[in-house]
Ligand binder design. Structure first.
Ligand SMILES: [Zn+2]
Length: 359
């Protein structure tokens, strides 16, 4: 009969008793002297003994539900002795371990599920909500955001003051049917591009202007960019893309933080591309507006042709974002131009076009 020195906790007192453990065929016997100096004998039925998963040389066994008794044993001989005496009972692979493993699997699946939920939220719900928020931002706030984005980005360009003046004068002759105050800035850039900022700023690269042959093309380009402003396409796109940052700023109710995030990322507007639907929406709105101004829609055909011919230079930019769908846009514009009625004399616009001075 083997005896082992153990520490025994009866589950009622937090102090342990020095005790001896005797291994019987279907139970364990624990003997100790209690605080009244009386010898106590405790019987643990083998089938109800559990063990803690442990990674030390300290063996821990538990018994009963409540109050749960515990044995701790540092005797290294105990484990081989247990395995020898009860070969059928694997003492370090007990109930608790099983429960732990089962829970672990549940835990892992829950964590994975939560991660998936977060990913879905991050990829789909947050951009969606961000876009909704973008739609509901008051115009005055949008204007402020647009101004700070503009200030942040325009410093990186060389503004052509005289072209800027002339094109703004030109734009004033067209009723764009939008509440946004439209301000055009022409910058000296050797690429064919133009884009809209939230709140009414439109940036036009001088290269695209210099390639134009008629006032109708410029009217079409401005009409298209104004439509992006009007529908808040750039604001929504930025919000979608930067949803994560913006949410934090919104949570902190920090408009200046939002402005800073947008301004920091203002260069994304230069390379921003819109979906085919947004481009089609912008074209459609622009054509309606240009038509109601009595200006020929042939400008759209020529503009798209210009873009197509300069696809290498404009390939990655907003204005050509639907490339290689440019042919589709040309076809659509041609059809609209064919059916157009009510073209009016545009002598004032013509005069302003001439004063822009493009040969
Ligand atoms: Zn566009």
């Amino acid at each position: 009969m083997q005896h082992f020195s153990i520490s025994y906790y009866d589950g009622k007192l937090s102090v342990s008793h020095d005790a001896t453990l005797t291994l019987m065929s279907d139970h364990w016997l624990i003997h100790y002297v209690d605080e009244l100096e009386e010898l106590q004998s405790v019987k643990w039925k083998l089938e109800n003994i559990t063990t803690d998963q442990n990674f030390t040389t300290l063996l821990i066994f538990r018994y009963g539900d409540f109050p749960q008794q515990t044995i701790e044993c540092k005797d290294e001989v105990l484990l081989p002795a247990l395995n020898e005496k009860y070969p059928a009972k694997v003492f370090l692979e007990k109930k608790l371990t099983h429960i732990f493993r089962k829970n672990n699997a549940i835990l892992v699946s829950m964590v994975l599920f939560l991660l998936a939920l977060l990913a879905v939220a991050y990829l789909y719900i947050m951009p969606f909500v961000a876009e909704k928020i973008a739609s509901n931002i008051p115009e005055s706030v949008e204007k402020r955001l647009g101004d700070s984005i503009y200030d942040g980005m325009i410093a990186g360009y060389t503004v052509d003051d005289s072209l800027t003046r002339a094109v703004n004068d030109f734009a004033k002759s067209i009723n764009f049917k939008t509440a946004y105050p439209i301000t055009v800035t022409v910058v000296k850039e050797n690429e064919v591009n133009a884009f809209a900022l939230p709140g009414g700023h439109i940036v036009v690269f001088d290269q695209i202007l210099l390639k134009m042959k008629s006032k109708e093309e410029l009217a079409a380009l401005l009409g298209h960019e104004v439509a992006h402003v009007h529908y808040r396409h750039s604001l929504k796109s930025m919000f979608r893309t930067l949803a994560g940052y913006l949410f934090i700023s919104l949570l902190l109710n920090d408009i200046n933080g939002i402005a800073a995030v947008l301004a920091d990322n203002s260069n994304m507007l230069v390379n921003l591309t819109y979906s085919r639907e947004l481009e089609a929406d912008a074209d459609k709105k622009a054509m309606t507006v240009i038509q109601s101004n009595g200006i020929s829609l042939k400008g759209f055909v020529d503009l798209f042709q210009l873009l197509k011919n300069n696809a290498d230079a404009a390939g990655q930019y907003e204005i050509l974002s639907s490339h290689p769908l440019t042919d589709e846009r040309i076809t659509y514009a041609k059809a609209m131009a064919r059916e157009q009625t009510g073209i009016r004399d545009q002598s004032e616009l013509q005069r302003k076009w001439v004063s822009i001075g493009i040969k």
